[in-house]
Write a new protein. Structure first.
Length: 296
């Protein structure tokens, strides 16, 4: 029998959701990193991993008690409160980022550029020193080429139809379970980022529901495959993802130049983005080491 959490404890979870939401809506920053820093990552992964059809199966058999026990494993109140915090951040931040993109495009995209490049470097450092062999270099180059080509395809030409939003949701939310990859950055590369910000700002229910539905189905379909690939082909996957992020940074460079700026003229904002990632990585390592020491 687990202890029921108090209102204050749920308020803290809501605040942690706010912090995760702020990270999730900024391309290049991972909400999963913030979950780790705030100490709820394992609980979140466990709750999501427990989601399945078991309660429905028991209900069909008329076993309500077992159904409720299985449903309780989803940690439903925790997830609802956390998602409420994330959603609140999305609503609050969407308008702010839209203003920044419209009025300070060079500075904002330069900041995103710093975030992405620094994230790619941190991601590659995950590979152990003795694993950085020719195989890793090959997958890095393949990923960089794929990202460079993808960024040059003008994804904005896809439009913003419901099927496109559905598929974008599948890709972006799957990115949540990949180390160092930001779902918002996937949306930016796919040409849906600014549109979804405006959708969230205006609370367009159909578009939001379509995007979320795509994400949920994507997680259910591909989460096991992605986890398998990370477990069995870790070096290759990390190298490919690093290359993908570096190659697709072409998109941000193009947006900076289109807005009339250069990386050099906005160097301070590029550096600021890199510093944010460095600080978050140091914080992640600190809290991860502290948890390991506590377990030992």
């Amino acid at each position: 029998m687990t202890r029921k959490e108090t209102f204050f404890e749920y308020a803290i979870i809501y605040i942690k959701g706010l912090l995760m939401g702020i990270c999730d809506i900024i391309p290049g920053v991972s909400g999963g990193t913030m979950a780790l820093i705030t100490g709820i990552y394992e609980r979140l992964v466990r709750a999501i991993g427990n989601i399945g059809p078991s309660p429905a199966k028991y209900l069909l058999k008329g076993d309500v008690k077992s159904a409720m026990e299985e449903f309780g494993k989803f940690d439903p109140i925790f997830l609802v409160v956390l998602v409420a915090g994330i959603g609140t951040s999305f609503l609050a931040m969407s308008n702010i980022i839209l203003v920044l993109l419209n009025d300070y495009a060079v500075q904002t995209f330069s900041f995103f550029f710093g975030l992405i490049v620094a994230s790619a470097v941190v991601l590659f450092l995950i590979i152990e020193e003795d694993s950085r062999d020719k195989r890793a270099a090959a997958f890095l180059l393949i990923g960089a080429a794929a990202g460079f080509i993808l960024a040059g395809l003008n994804p904005a030409s896809l439009g913003h139809s419901l099927p496109v939003l559905f598929l974008s949701g599948m890709a972006a939310l799957c990115a949540m379970i990949l180390p160092g990859i930001s779902g918002s950055y996937i949306m930016l590369v796919l040409g849906q980022y600014e549109y979804m910000l405006s959708v969230i700002k205006s609370l367009s229910f159909v578009e939001i529901a379509t995007y979320v539905a795509g994400g949920v189905i994507g997680l259910l379909l591909f989460s096991r495959l992605l986890k398998y690939l990370l477990k069995t082909h870790h070096t290759a996957m990390i190298a490919f993802l690093t290359g993908l992020m570096l190659g697709s940074a072409r998109l941000l460079f193009d947006k900076i130049t289109a807005a009339g700026g250069t990386i050099g003229s906005a160097f301070l904002f590029v550096a600021a983005g890199a510093v944010v990632i460095i600080i978050m990585e140091l914080a992640k390592r600190f809290f991860s080491d502290r948890e390991q020491k506590a377990e030992n």
